[in-house]
Design a protein around this ligand. Structure first.
Ligand code: 13P
Length: 248
């Protein structure tokens, strides 16, 4: 039985004090050990939110990382820096980074690998554009993203530590959600792809989230799908809606 994982990606929202106020206000209501709950605030809020989460089961995640250990990389953040503020998860390859910051599959793979080396679990985002879906290319696009992101990562890590987040780009921040069956179809396809790359054991264990306009009114239907093990929540994670989604 795979443990569900629901993560809130705050993206570029909330100052440090706003994030602290918000998380303090909801933390008792999202503190559970039945599922993994992950909060991913902006870098500058990580340390403060780490303190806020102290003594709860809620995990802390970053939204990005650089793939070198240290050095002259102005503006970047190394994995051991994330570890030093108690991050146990880190999002990589979000479509907003792929599109706005030219993040390639190769970079996503390097980031995932260095996170694993530093005891941080990567949440690897994949997903197609609307044009790709309309041209029926979504399976090819997502398969390539998954295969490249996991290159040279061992099955043990994929089974136990990697999380894949299927986020169709056309459903992010648009209010248009993939139907539960569209989300299930792709998450199953991703699971089968991973099964072909590794083994049936890895296929059965790897956790796959859906992300894209997840709200309280669609969360249960999506999260009850067979191959969907959680949600990566953007806009709704900034409001009380996140409490309802975690308690779906
Ligand atoms: P929305 O929930 O706002 O559509 O964002 C999804 C997302 O990109 C999470 O990473």
């Amino acid at each position: 039985m795979r443990k569900k994982i629901i993560a809130g990606n705050y993206k570029m929202n909330f100052t440090v004090s706003e994030a602290e106020y918000f998380v303090n206000n909801i933390k008792e209501r999202i503190n559970t050990d039945e599922i993994d709950v992950v909060i991913c605030p902006n870098f500058v809020s990580l340390d403060r939110i780490s303190n806020v989460l102290d003594g709860t089961n809620i995990k802390l995640g970053a939204q990005n990382v650089y793939y070198e250990k240290k050095g002259a990389f102005t503006g970047e953040t190394a994995p051991d820096m994330l570890l030093s503020v108690n991050c146990s998860y880190c999002i990589v390859g979000h479509s907003e980074r792929r599109i706005n910051f030219n993040e390639t599959d190769e970079m996503v793979n390097k980031k995932a690998k260095i996170l694993l080396e530093n005891s941080i679990n990567p949440i690897i985002c994949v997903g197609e554009t609307l044009e790709e879906r309309n041209n029926n290319l979504m399976f090819d696009v997502v398969k390539k993203q998954v295969e490249k992101a996991l290159e040279n990562i061992n099955g043990e890590d994929v089974a136990n530590r990697v999380v894949i987040a299927y986020e169709p780009i056309w459903a992010i921040g648009t209010g248009v959600t993939a139907t539960a069956s569209q989300a299930q179809e792709m998450c199953k396809y991703i699971r089968d792809t991973i099964g072909n790359m590794y083994s049936s054991k890895v296929k059965d264990k790897v956790r796959i989230q859906y992300g894209g306009s997840v709200k309280p009114n669609n969360a249960a239907e999506i999260l009850n799908m067979e191959d969907i093990d959680g949600a990566l929540v953007g806009g709704a994670s900034l409001t009380e809606d996140f409490v309802a989604i975690v308690n779906y």
